[in-house]
Design a protein around this ligand. Sequence first.
Ligand code: NAD
Length: 485
Amino acid sequence: MAGGKAGNFIGGRWLAEPETMPAINPATGEEIAQLPNSTRETVNSAVAAAKASAPVWATTPVFKRAEMCVAIAAAVDADRDAIARVLSTEQGKVLAEAQGEVAKAADGFRLAAELVKQMGGQTLPAEDPSKLVMTIRQPRGVYGVITPWNFPVNIPVEYLAPAIATGNTVVWVPAPTTSLVACALMAAIENAGLPAGVVNLVIGEGATAGDAVVVHPDITAIGFTGSAATGQRIAGRGAGKSLLLELGGNGPVIVFDDADLDAAAAAAAGGAFFNAGQVCAATGRVLAHRSIVDSLCEKLVAHAQTHVLGDPFHQGTTMGPLNNAKVAAKVKEHVDDAAANGARVLQGGKPRPDLGSDLFFEPTIVRDVTRDMKINREETFGPVVPVVAFTDEAEALDLALDSEYGLSVGVFTRDVSRGVKIAKAIPAGIVNVNAGSTWWEIHLPFGGGSGTRSGLGRLGGMHTLEAMTELKMISVTIGQEAALA
Ligand code: NAD
């Protein structure tokens, strides 16, 4: 692996843990490393290291912290191929996607460096003329960052880069099934010269290491990306801390009868098959007008048939295995449930253990899906496009709104006013008109709609920097004379 380091990284040192757990290659089922299975005591020592480093890092000049982010970006770029290889081996995504993910991670550090130099407070008028009032932004302190396995380089960077830039220190607990690549990213950050204790990596189970971070009194803020169920638990256990929660989605892609069907099919398939569908903003379901549903399904099947499922390192492979047994079981359960309840599987629909492990699942198109099927209601998180037909705009909107989630939506129509009307009516964080649900760039706001199970707050660009800083109002009594001068 990149740098050959595998362990916890606490206070600037790589440390082993008495108890370990295996890192597995999902394409073969083979063990690729033994990693720490950390205890709560180990988390406590990481929090102590982060707390000890916090005052110095918080008062390190902003331009120095920005320089550090630029240096980390260069270190990530320098290790790109090695990190990407660990990413493909451990997560299962094809190598080209892994290389793209690592390249974007370096961009994330550069973006944080640019933005933090522009982030300021305000001066504000006051009723009392003797006051000079200003706001400043300060780091929140020690961040607990808990991340999932689907983008195990990019998602951590969405928190680590702004945390470093804004002067926070961090205890980071990655998902157990992608902790080796976390070590590779951590090693690149170390190589760039980040001072000891600013970012501390603790590998372990969510219910132990993750929970210990959430409840620790010296953790002042939490950044979490993962499932809605875990997010809700963290919101309870971490009550009183500043929370950024990026949770699940079940993004509809709505295709009206006047849409460009080629563009809609390409976007819907792309959003369902990229990263084998393990994307929070994936095409969770396609809502298609009855008059175009046959034609759209034909096009979706054609897209599915272009995919080559197999080892992520083989030339020509376009889709690797799912990451773990839990997600593979859920994907199969949702497809089987739909088929048993009258939906038609037009393409795929089965696991392919003959390809090397139980985690391969065929790119799948299912039509005649109805409202109450699990595949429509729940987040499937696999390479599956469920198609639900609707009759008119009101029914399309009703189907879209009938969901616990509100993360991202795609709407295809040539009537842009209708697209904007639908966009305004759906309580999701992101609605893309004439693009799929996955379209997003790292400087743009990303997050779940209020009152849904998709999360709390916004990541992306300046939004994360603002979320990771405390807004403080300072008033200075300067007297009438100075105020009026
Ligand atoms: P998960 O909730 O099972 O795990 C996420 C992380 O939380 C892991 O590191 C895990 O170890 C940890 N964790 C588990 N239990 C915990 C606990 N009790 N206390 C503290 N930490 C705990 O989710 P997952 O299966 O790893 O990831 C997939 C989910 O993430 C999907 O639902 C997906 O939609 C969501 N996701 C959301 C976004 C977004 O930005 N909205 C992005 C990617 C993934």
